[in-house]
Design a binder for this molecule. Structure first.
Ligand code: OOG
Ligand code: NI
Length: 464
């Protein structure tokens, strides 16, 4: 087969995220309502802010502004995780970062599968936050063994999805017809099943151990548990949710509202209680319910360096020492005030953030820079001071463990707080995944460095 007849991985990912969006809106109508609200607020925000509109037109694809930016699944076994890695690779999505959520009372560890190159991110940044259940954190040995046996029996991928993934690996891509089949087949893995794999009794035992264990073990597959479009004004969407008949989680996760957005802010509507049938030896099925699926929104800011991230973590920790957000929203205002206070010591202009070495920036030539040729290399600070080079924040494309834990918790119910001994195990995760995860800091540093090199090269090119 000729190579140029392959559909690009970026196009397959775009088709996949679009198909998943349609499926999820059908499965969870409240999610469709959230999408409408997001599109409206994004439209209003752009209409009121011509400068923002201009910037987005220049740097982004404006007509895709309200589309999904991420989703999440929870897997049960190492074999599922490593196959998922191969499936996502066909869509140009690679594991970035390691997140240990055990410290936050959730028995999983995770990575985010996402596109990594600038062109791919621009075309479609869709990511899937992917968690692997840690049965090793479950104290009850009998239950652990039972859960393990149930998980080993299930097949979350259709035979055709596996065949097409192998074909893509073998041939280096998929043609149009195969790419379409691949999207349809892989979508099956993410579909909701309203019939459980287990009896109501088993479900209850799993649920009593941890709600998340019941969510992973009781079903045929790792249903997509939320999708997340991008909003240009997260505070506004949060405030409007009740008017649209959807219940927001108590607080927005992440940093407070700022002039210069940093990292990632997220909020969601609370997971819905849905009817499911459990296996029952006597009369076939027994009616019950399960709560897992929700909708989320995100707003992204600059990627922080390890130093910036350290400061972020410290200030977040400080504010949570003063007020810990309650799930019922009763102290939401106090929490916001404490957060805003604490973050006063995080510089809030791009120049200060850059000078303090807190964030990653992409450097480019100014108009004057483009018309200048220098006889030799000068240092970056001089070039900036001379108005030859400018800098723009690099957007954070990853996730935050404390925020992720908050999202998990708000959708597991108030009683779900549980203590586990902190036990990050990246080596084990990577062995199960069958690959190392990309180090996010090294990745952003690489993008920054490459942009600096480009400027220096362009400024001296004609003379060299
Ligand atoms: C994943 C929660 C993490 C986020 O946006 O931080 C997440 C889950 O609930 O499975 O999606
Ligand atoms: Ni999420």
């Amino acid at each position: 087969m000729k190579e140029n007849s392959f559909v690009s991985a970026d196009d397959i990912r775009s088709a996949f995220s679009a198909a998943m969006s349609v499926m999820y809106r059908e499965e969870v109508p409240a999610y469709g309502t959230l999408m409408e609200l997001v599109a409206k607020v994004n439209g209003d925000t752009l209409a009121a802010d011509a400068a923002l509109r201009g910037r987005l037109e220049a740097t982004d694809t404006l007509d895709r502004i309200s589309e999904e930016r991420h989703g999440a699944i929870r897997l049960g076994t190492p074999a599922e995780l490593s196959m998922m890695r191969r499936v996502f690779a066909v869509m140009g999505m690679y594991p970035v970062g390691y997140y240990d959520l055990s410290t936050a009372g959730v028995p999983v560890h995770s990575t985010a599968f996402r596109p990594v190159g600038e062109a791919s991110l621009k075309r479609n940044p869709f990511r899937v936050f992917t968690s692997l259940l840690r049965l090793d954190l479950i104290a009850d040995e009998t239950l652990r063994a039972e859960a393990d046996a149930i998980l080993k029996e299930r097949r979350i991928f259709t035979p055709e999805a596996i065949e097409l993934t192998e074909k893509a690996e073998r041939d280096g891509g998929l043609d149009k017809a195969d790419a379409e089949r691949f999207v349809a087949q892989v979508l099956e893995t993410f579909r909701w099943h309203d019939t459980a794999n287990v009896s109501a009794d088993m479900y209850k035992r799993l649920h009593d151990a941890h709600r998340l264990i019941a969510d992973v073990v009781s079903f045929k597959g790792p249903h997509i548990n939320h999708l997340t479009p991008r909003t240009l004004d997260i505070d506004h969407v949060q405030a409007l949710m009740p008017e649209y008949g959807i219940a927001p989680k108590a607080v927005v996760e992440g940093p407070p509202t700022r002039n210069c957005p940093i990292l990632l802010r997220q909020t969601s509507f609370k997971a819905l209680e849905e009817a499911v049938s459990f296996r029952d030896a006597e009369d076939g099925w027994k009616a019950g319910s399960h709560t897992a699926r929700f909708g989320e929104i995100e707003q992204r800011g600059i990627a922080l360096t390890p130093k910036g991230r350290g400061l972020y973590d410290r200030l977040l920790g400080d504010s949570r020492k003063i007020v810990r957000p309650a799930a019922d929203g009763s102290n939401a205002r106090d929490y916001e005030t404490a957060l805003t206070e604490a973050f006063k010591s995080f510089p809030d202009s791009w120049a200060e953030i850059r000078e303090a070495g807190l964030g990653y920036f992409s450097y480019s030539l100014t108009e004057k820079g483009r018309q200048t040729k220098l006889p030799g290399r000068r240092d970056l600070e001089t070039l900036i001071a001379d108005g030859l080079v400018q800098f723009d924040p690099i957007v954070y494309e990853d996730f935050l463990p404390v925020s992720a834990a908050g999202i998990f918790q708000s959708n597991l119910g108030d009683g779900a707080q549980q203590e586990f001994v902190a036990s990050p195990n990246q080596k084990r995760f990577e062995a199960d995944l069958g690959a190392a995860v990309l180090d996010e800091f090294a990745h952003y540093a690489g993008i920054e460095q490459a942009s600096i090199e480009n400027c220096l090269k362009a400024l001296t090119a004609a003379v060299a």
